[in-house]
Each structure stands twice: as structure tokens, then as C-alpha cells.
Design a protein around this ligand. Structure first.
Ligand code: CP
Ligand code: NVA
Length: 302
């Protein structure tokens, strides 16, 4: 693996290794044991969109691994003034050991990776958010054991998170049921490709069908970053897609609730569920740190 632009850039074995290593790194960090496996390594982090969890987890993660991370926002780099992505990739490759990018078009990350000679990690694009699924699978497995064969219900927008859950079904072997309203479906080609690779993926427009008997129920905001002007129209389109106690009651009694955050209580999730006993959203957020540290070891120690 050179780059981590999609979950399918890792093999099933690498996915398993990441989960084991992330749990070890979490134990070491909680015990206060130093683990400087990336001493002397540097990571450039380019952000064209807002972030709390992703930025902090990569930056703190690199520090804890003995390396250093540089936060580069579009507004203060030459990229923001129009320097070509390809030139920036060549230049940064001569100075740092890896690059993390959060941006709008997925093509930007692909073009950067094509011209970089160091590994590139997708930290969210309009198309996908693979790092989040590493933390989500880790969180499920820490609470409920192996996710392979379990049923994951996605309720909401067929967005970047939905796409990464689709890719994750091939790598981690869970059965995915997506409930999305008409007009907000995930990419049909991506679903077809995942199914052709053996992934178990079903699409419905009824959240109750997706949630019935599920082991994990997850959702995301109705309007993602860059779609703020569509908020009102999306609120109309997503009526009936809120994850709340009534919907959650259809899942297994042991089912967990996850949300990548930030969340809008009262829209895609009701406050009682988000803050209730089935919710593991804070573990999920913390596990961004541990899962990405394992990913950094895998990708920067090649
Ligand atoms: N879930 C997630 O990626 O959060 P941030 O936007 O805060 O990085
Ligand atoms: N779908 C959301 C995820 C945020 C982590 C967005 O792209 O804004």
C-alpha cells in the first residue's frame, strides 16, 4: 500500500492488523507507556475544510509516536493562492514523510497522490472518509467483538461516510444495509463494485427495514460540509430518517449507536439516543486517535 485514499487500499489482513495494533496503542497510551515508533518522521496535514477530530487526532498521534505534524490550511499556503496540486505534491514530498489531505473534490487527493513520492492519506473528501471507518470498526469490536458477519444499518444521506461504510464491507466483512431517501442515494457504481467483490450490501428507502435486527445503527448530518445552502431542502427530504428511540427499538437490544460527529441533535439523531446508553460516540471519537496511529505506523514505516 502506498496511499490510503479509500478503505479498499488496505487488504483484509491489513485491516485486521490495524485493529489489533490500534488496541495495543490505546492500551499503551492509557498506561502512559512511551511508544515513539515514528521518531524523526514528519507529516504535513493540508485542510481545505473545517475539522476538530481529524486534525487533533493526526497531530496528537504524530506527537505521541515521536514524530511531528504540520497543520497547513488552504488560506495560509500557496495552494490557496492557486499553486497547482501537482507542484505542491512534488515539493512536500521532498520535505516530509507523509501527507494528510482534507478537501472537497476527491480528484484533488488522487492528483496529489499521483504526483507525490510519499504516502498520502485521505482525511475526508466529498466522496469518502476512510479514516472514520477504522475508528468505527475498532469501537464496535471493543464493545461487541468481531464485526465480520454483523449487520450495520446506515440511516441517512448516501454521502462520503456512506461510501466508506460501503468500502468497509469488503475489508471488514460486515453486512451493510443502507436506508437513504430518493435523490440522496450512494453512488450506484461503488455499490455494484463492492457487491461484485463479495460485499453484502442492501439499499432501501425505509429506515425500519435497514434497522430491523441490526447490531449497529449509524448516521451522519443531512447536509455535509459544502452543502450548507441545501440545509432547508434536505430537512424536507430527510423527514422520517431521524434515528431515535422508536427506530432503535427495531435493532437488536444489544445494538450500538454511532455518529462520526459533529452531530445535529434533533435532526438526524434525537438527543436522548445520542446521549443515552446505546451510544458509543465518545469512544468512537477517541478511537480516531488510536486507529490513525496504527495507520500512520503502517503507512509511514513502509
Ligand atoms: N468525524 C470527523 O471527521 O470530525 P472532524 O470533522 O471534526 O474532523
Ligand atoms: N459527511 C460529513 C462528515 C463530517 C465528518 C461532512 O462531510 O461534512
Amino acid at each position: 500500500m502506498n496511499h490510503f485514499l479509500q478503505l479498499t487500499d488496505i487488504t483484509r489482513d491489513q485491516g485486521q492488523w490495524l485493529m489489533v495494533r490500534a488496541a495495543e496503542l490505546k492500551r499503551m497510551q492509557h498506561r502512559g507507556e512511551p511508544h515513539p515508533t515514528l521518531a524523526g518522521k514528519t507529516l504535513a496535514m493540508i485542510f481545505d475544510k473545517a475539522s476538530t477530530r481529524t486534525r487533533v487526532s493526526f497531530e496528537v498521534g504524530m506527537y505521541q509516536l515521536g514524530g511531528h505534524a504540520l497543520f497547513l490550511h488552504a488560506s495560509t499556503t500557496q495552494l490557496g493562492r492557486g499553486e497547482p496540486v501537482e507542484d505542491s505534491a512534488r515539493v512536500l514530498s521532498r520535505m516530509v514523510d507523509g501527507v494528510v489531505i482534507r478537501t472537497f473534490g476527491h480528484d484533488v487527493v488522487e492528483r496529489f497522490a499521483a504526483h507525490a513520492s510519499v504516502p498520502v492519506i485521505n482525511a475526508l473528501t466529498d466522496w469518502s472518509h476512510p479514516c472514520q471507518i477504522l475508528a468505527d470498526v475498532m469501537t464496535f469490536e471493543q464493545h461487541r467483538g468481531n464485526i465480520s458477519g454483523k449487520t450495520v444499518a446506515w440511516v441517512g444521506d448516501g454521502n462520503n461516510m456512506a461510501h466508506s461504510w460501503i468500502n468497509g464491507a469488503s475489508v471488514f466483512g460486515y453486512q451493510l444495509r443502507l436506508a437513504c431517501p430518493e435523490g440522496y442515494l450512494p453512488d450506484a457504481g461503488l455499490m455494484a463494485q463492492a457487491k461484485s467483490e463479495g460485499a453484502s450490501i442492501e439499499l432501501t428507502q425505509d429506515p425500519r427495514v435497514a434497522t430491523d435486527g441490526a447490531d449497529l445503527v449509524t448516521t451522519d448530518v443531512w447536509a455535509s460540509m459544502g452543502q450548507e445552502q441545501e440545509q432547508a431542502a434536505r430537512e424536507q427530504a430527510f423527514v422520517g430518517f431521524q434515528v431515535n428511540g422508536t427506530l432503535m427499538a427495531l435493532a437488536k437490544p444489544t445494538a450500538l449507536f454511532m455518529h462520526c460527529l459533529p452531530a445535529h441533535r434533533g435532526e438526524e439523531v434525537c438527543a436522548e439516543l445520542m446521549d443515552g446508553p446505546q451510544s458509543v460516540v465518545w469512544d468512537e471519537a477517541e478511537n480516531r486517535l488510536h486507529a490513525q496511529k496504527a495507520l500512520l505506523e503502517l503507512i509511514l514505516n513502509q
